[in-house]
Write a protein that binds this ligand. Structure first.
Ligand code: F6R
Length: 604
């Protein structure tokens, strides 16, 4: 989603800003822009499309300004055009904004009455003109910001240049995250620390309502009440992860291949495979005596929770509910202090998940996160973080973060299980997991293109599964939609007869997920129902699960290594990831940055 970078210091700013934007580009964007300030004049360059377009425009321009702001925009208000790209400005103010201003329409009306003209359709331009208006009313920049804070509704992180203030970037935050980084040659701002890791190791995370400015060697802040406040810098070594594809054609392929290692790392953070014990930090959770678990997340993270529910109930015996964050935050569910509220998020910055967490926190119930990005907002706000050790995930479609979330959920279920003596079997099963995932990654990479060629020709498809394979059917459909732009639905196989079976016809493929579980025969009955209506069937099947006669129902089958019921959802995950990947490839789509999507969804 939108990204912000800003710099003030002793070096020319433009090239640092572009490098910062490149680091943020994984979040997804559709236009970009920068503005520098020199001799009271803004120099603004913006472009629609990829950063390359912006770089082409900047090529050959000498720009010695040592202060500037930059932005990658993911369209919310208005199309992805150059006119809508940030920074937005007038002769006094230039600014970049992440978030959504909910009362932009009424503010715009007021400004139009004051004679302001608008050249974009964005909510952000309203902020630029509102600040301009306050300056013309005699306020200084700091007063104008305080006034702004009282007026704006919604979420915002802002980086602002005032033409009258040559050496400061003004900043302000409510809802959307903003971080200040202290570098050797100056101060930076960023929508996340990842953008700044190359230059900074000391970071200060702004609290909600904070506003102030950065200068070359200084940060000055006021809190929501307008009182000066100190926020400390902390040492954060942003692992400057290799943002290269390492020879893979896409980050997604690299990240699918990283899964055996990610699984190994995440499991061994929590489980001791030598002693079959739970690691100590994690075991402390057990003494809390939770009666229930409530999982909250969005998208793929939510689906990880859907699978985790089976383990938390089956292994730990804890009733578990799972809710999408955008519903949970408004559903007025009673919050109970003997429930563990578990928020799952790769980025730790998803606006709905953060808002849902705030509601629980306000009541004082215990909160935990399964989160991939240390120091992210969610990580900083929850009582306890269970990290997933997936490393930076660059592909917009989540792959390795999902399997790492599954590992953390499985380990949590073991930790909360009433009788640890019965767990040995689970340890044995999990020990074999990285190796089996490795075999699956390699095998399905070779075989999925065959089926993807067929799937790419359709516009609709269905994924079905039962029990722990049901959430993977949902995840398969989600991956397929977002990458291939083919309409895909995921269903519990037993639900087919209650409506979706009406969709089945010769041009509508069904992908059935089948392993050697007690419910296999039941899923096979559903497969028969599809076959009887002429629907083409494809199978993702554990080796040995089908007889030759059963195989005959399928047009094609991808066989996964033979394994236990506990492990098969992991292997099926790999299969649905490759299927979506290759279907998207056949259709010529941008695999790492699918259209309309953002990696980090920081607006509601
Ligand atoms: C799908 C995908 C999204 C995210 C969702 C939540 O492949 O990546 O559905 O899972 O936007 O994001 P996080 O986990 O960062 O909260």
């Amino acid at each position: 989603m939108c990204g912000i970078v800003g710099y003030v210091g002793s070096e020319p700013a433009a090239h640092l800003l572009i490098e910062g934007l490149e680091k943020l580009s994984y979040r997804g964007y559709d236009s970009s822009g920068i503005a520098t300030l020199h001799n009271r004049h803004f120099h603004r360059v913006r472009a629609k499309g990829k950063l390359e377009k912006l770089k082409e425009k900047l090529e050959g321009q000498e720009n010695l300004a040592t202060i500037g702001i930059a932005h990658t925009r993911w369209a919310t208000h208005g199309m992805p055009t150059e006119a809508n790209a940030h920074p937005h400005q007038n002769d006094k103010v230039s600014l970049v904004h992440n978030g959504i201003i909910e009362n932009a329409d009424s503010l715009k009306k007021m400004l139009l009455q004051q004679g302001y003209e608008f050249e974009s359709e964005t909510d952000t331009e309203v902020i630029a003109h509102l600040l301009h208006y306050h300056l013309t009313q005699g306020l200084n920049p700091q007063q104008a910001l305080q006034k702004l804070q009282e007026t704006l509704r919604g979420a915002y992180a802002l980086g602002i240049l005032f033409a009258q203030d040559l050496n400061r970037i003004y900043i302000m935050r409510h809802g959307s995250p903003l971080v200040v980084g202290r570098g050797e040659t100056g101060h930076f701002i960023g929508s996340d620390a990842l953008a700044l890791g190359e230059w900074c190791q000391q970071f200060c995370y702004l609290e909600n309502g904070d506003f102030g400015w950065i200068e070359q060697g200084r940060l000055s802040l006021w809190n929501e009440a307008g009182e000066p406040c100190e926020r400390s810098f902390q040492h954060v070594s942003v692992v400057s992860e290799n943002q290269s594809k390492e020879g893979y054609p896409y980050f997604m392929a690299k990240e699918i291949h990283e899964q055996p290692q990610v699984i190994r790392q995440t499991l061994s953070a929590y489980l001791d495979f030598e002693t079959f014990g739970i690691k100590e930090d994690f075991a402390a959770l057990k003494s809390q005596g939770y009666k229930r678990v409530q999982i909250v997340g969005c998208g793929t993270a939510f689906l990880a929770g859907r699978l985790g529910k089976y383990w938390l109930e089956g292994i730990a015996g804890l009733p578990t509910s799972v809710e999408i964050a955008s519903e949970f935050r408004y559903c007025q569910k009673p919050i109970e202090t003997d429930t563990l509220y578990l928020f799952i998020s790769q980025s730790g910055e998803t606006a709905d998940t953060l808002a849902a967490h705030e509601i629980v926190k306000a009541v004082g119930a215990p909160t935990g996160a399964i989160v991939n990005v240390p120091h992210s907002t969610l990580d900083r706000e929850v009582d306890l973080s269970l990290y997933t050790y997936a490393g930076a995930e660059i592909g917009v479609a989540s792959t390795k973060a999902f399997t790492a979330q599954l590992c953390a959920l499985y380990a949590l279920s073991l930790c909360l299980a009433p009788d640890h003596k019965k767990l040995k079997e689970h340890f044995e099963v999990l020990k074999s997991l990285p190796g089996l995932v490795q075999q699956t990654v390699d095998r399905i990479e070779k075989e999925a293109p065959r089926i993807a060629m067929d799937l790419a020709k359709t516009e609709d498809m269905l994924f079905i599964g039962r029990h722990t394979l049901y959430p993977i059917a949902l995840e398969g459909a989600l991956k397929m939609k977002e990458l291939s732009y083919v309409h895909a639905e995921g269903y519990g196989a037993g639900e087919l007869k209650h409506g979706p079976i009406a969709l089945i016809h010769a041009g509508f493929p069904t992908i059935a997920l089948l392993d050697e579980s007690a419910l296999k025969e039941k899923t096979l009955s559903n497969v028969q129902e599809v076959q009887a209506r002429g629907g083409p069937l494809y199978g993702l099947v554990s080796e040995g699960a089908l007889t030759a006669e059963q195989e005959a129902s399928f047009k094609d089958i991808l066989y996964l290594p033979k394994t236990s019921e506990e492990v098969s959802p992991f292997l099926m995950t790999i299969a649905v990831q490759w299927l979506a990947y290759f279907t998207a490839m056949v259709r010529g789509n941008d695999i790492d940055q699918p259209r309309n999507l953002a990696k980090s969804v920081t607006v509601e």
